[in-house]
Write a protein that binds this ligand. Structure first.
Ligand code: ASP
Ligand code: MG
Length: 419
């Protein structure tokens, strides 16, 4: 039997009517001849409520009990989905993580998959069941305790099952109808993509396009799971939504596929640091130890390069990090300075910045993308503060007040409204 994984997010199972709507989509695939593994999220808002219960009970909670409470939202929807399918005449059975068993590490709150043995679910399919409804977001630790995978983790559950069971495809049903060239709330010209490569989706997901959990895309890329993002609120068929797939499946890709942005950025500059071996390590070591996720890094060229003849060379170092980690970053730097591990004259924080990025696998084989990007920004008189590049991405840090303008200008400059 060919097998499909279908995942329904929180808004797609928000009430009984929506669960019925989702069940009808499952029934359709069963009628087409598929065995189906359905992965469900908790009803929307439910996980937040459960997290609130935990935090309202215990400030420094035991992470094992956090998981025990927070995983329960998915159990409810899994049972209800199985019941609804049975009512419709579709043989279905629900599975909690430990029943599969979905084996994970013991990192409570952010556990990782170790193994998903197929035997139990395969045996049920052999008995004649057509659908296995699995609670997303959860698993079981080596000690036999309930674990959760981190917020948004049901996407990752879905991909992991698709990989483990060799599914033909993994369909992620959600409240948007696909992946867009940029956020339609920022540019009215945003266009839905028919296909996008794993690498591109990974960049977009980690840049804050919140359609898929980043880890789910990493996993899909590693195991070459074809992923489809589509709406549970529309009539859908095999061509709906956006397919996230290997770049070989994309015939002619554009140079740039999307424009991503993030408002939650801050820029920190250390002025007048020594320019000698070991200084970068003395700065970024303490930042890493403090759990600061450094993103872009720029070190100025010093007036006189370091060498034996110029032991006193100095330079400046700038880096960006999430805005909510600024205090931690500042403290790590001040502590390192007080301990005599680094020296700087001044530390300046700029929290009014945004990051805007263009992403596309076509960049690998095309020159001039950076020039075009900078040209479009300069035409709008937008000043660039920091630049960083990777093989398939160019990012700039700009004043946050120009973010929307920059996104729109770049969307136009790369003709993203045209297929
Ligand atoms: N219910 C979990 C959350 O809200 C997992 C998920 O929906 O993906 O984070
Ligand atoms: Mg989600």
């Amino acid at each position: 039997m060919p097998l499909l994984v279908m995942k329904f997010g929180g808004t797609s199972v928000a009430d009984l009517a929506r669960i019925e709507n989702a069940a009808k989509k499952v029934q359709k695939e069963v009628e087409r001849g598929y065995d189906v593994i359905v992965i469900v999220s908790a009803m929307s808002g439910e996980t937040n409520k459960l997290v609130g219960f935990v935090e309202g009970t215990s400030k420094l909670y035991d992470a094992r009990e956090y998981d025990a409470v927070v995983a329960s939202g998915e159990n409810v929807t899994a049972g209800l989905m199985a019941l609804r399918l049975q009512e419709m005449g579709v043989p279905a059975r629900s599975w909690q993580g430990w029943q599969v068993p979905i084996q994970t590490t013991a990192q409570h709150g952010s556990a990782r998959f170790v193994d998903i043995p197929r035997a139990n679910i395969d045996a049920k399919f052999k008995e004649g069941f057509k659908v296995a409804v699995v609670a997303g977001f959860q698993g079981v630790s080596p000690e036999g305790r309930i674990t959760t995978l981190g917020r948004g983790g049901s996407d990752t559950t879905a991909v992991a099952f698709a990989a483990a069971f060799g599914a033909e495809r993994c369909d992620i049903y959600t409240d948007v109808d696909g992946v867009y060239t940029t956020d339609p709330r920022v540019s009215s010209k945003a266009r839905k993509l028919e296909k996008i490569a794993f690498e591109e989706m990974l960049e977009l997901a980690s840049l804050g396009a919140k359609v898929l959990q980043t880890r789910s895309v990493e996993l899909a890329m590693r195991y070459k799971v074809r992923l489809r993002v589509l709406s549970s609120f529309e009539d859908t068929d095999e061509t709906s939504g956006t397919l996230v797939c290997d770049e070989e499946e994309i015939m002619e890709s554009k140079v740039v596929s999307g424009v991503a942005f993030s408002r939650e950025e801050a820029k920190i500059t250390l002025f007048t640091i020594e320019d000698r071996p070991g200084v970068a390590s003395a700065i970024f070591g303490p930042l890493a130890d403090a759990g600061v996720n450094v993103d872009m890094i720029v070190q100025n060229i010093s007036e006189k390069d370091y060498d034996d003849a110029h032991p006193g060379a100095v330079t400046d170092m700038t880096f960006s990090c999430p805005i909510n980690q600024v205090d931690r970053a500042r403290k790590a730097m001040e502590d390192a300075k007080a301990a005599g591990k680094i020296g700087y004259d001044e530390l300046i924080v700029d929290t009014d910045v945004a990051k805007v990025s263009v992403v596309g696998i076509g960049m690998r084989s095309h020159a001039g993308v950076a020039a075009k990007m900078f040209n479009a920004l300069s035409a709008e008189n937008i000043n660039i503060k920091v630049i960083s590049t990777s093989e398939i991405k160019i990012s700039v840090l700009i004043d946050r007040k120009y973010m929307e303008l920059a996104v729109q200008a770049l969307h136009d400059a790369f003709d993203l409204d045209k297929a």
